[in-house]
Design a protein around this ligand. Structure first.
Ligand code: SF4
Ligand code: SF4
Length: 197
């Protein structure tokens, strides 16, 4: 006699499970990836907010600029706490769109330490508060510069990202999103709580 499960179930129907099989947590809302492509607009570097570099990131950025960590702090740091450095900000002329931005944002809105930029810059927009739900993801989306249409417009207080779900954006797969999100969660845990405004 065959001992396949199918036959066993037919012969012994009372052995069928009477309760639903246990289920795990539902998959994250971004299990199929997200539609995102950075337009290099520089807006995430112009939004009001702090950019803290961890001690390792300070060392990395200082080396990139051929400076000692002490010189890096003196030139680019607003303040230092326990080895972490808060970057200064800079102002932009009306011709450059006005407002303030990170001190490393150049006149043409490019990061001048791109290869040594800190983790929080690398992981945006895959931050926990943004990836919390589809709603928070969509709330971060702003209308792309020069495009018409409904939707939120970027401003320096509320911020927002025009790379999210714009018409030409490709898909970023789940593993890449998850990796970036986990990195940012680790960074948030490492950042001392009293640094936050
Ligand atoms: S706001 Fe978004 S699209 Fe613009 S530079 Fe930052 S990540 Fe890229
Ligand atoms: S370090 Fe570079 S990427 Fe990060 S906020 Fe400043 S200009 Fe933007």
């Amino acid at each position: 006699m065959s001992d396949s499960p199918r036959v066993a179930t037919r012969l012994f129907p009372t052995l069928l499970p009477t309760v639903d099989p246990p289920t795990g947590p539902p998959p994250p809302w971004f299990i199929d990836g997200v539609k995102f492509e950075c337009t290099a607009c520089g807006k995430c570097c112009k939004v009001q907010g702090d950019v803290w570099l961890s001690p390792n990131e300070v060392e990395c950025a200082a080396r990139y600029l051929s400076l000692s960590p002490e010189s890096f702090l003196a030139t680019w740091g607003e303040e230092e706490r326990r080895g972490w450095i808060l970057l200064k900000s800079r102002t932009f002329s009306p011709a450059q769109g006005g407002g303030e931005g990170c001190v490393f944002l150049s006149d043409d809105l490019k990061c001048s330490i791109y290869d040594a930029r800190p983790l929080q810059c690398r992981t945006y927009p895959y931050w926990p508060r943004i990836m919390h739900s589809r709603e928070t993801w969509e709330a971060e989306k702003v209308v792309r510069e020069g495009e018409e249409g409904e939707g939120r417009r970027w401003d320096p207080v509320e911020g927002g990202c025009e790379g999210i779900e714009h018409a030409e954006a490709g898909m970023v797969d789940f593993n890449k999103v998850r990796q970036q999100l986990l990195l940012q969660i680790g960074y948030n845990r490492a950042l001392p709580g009293d640094f936050l405004p």
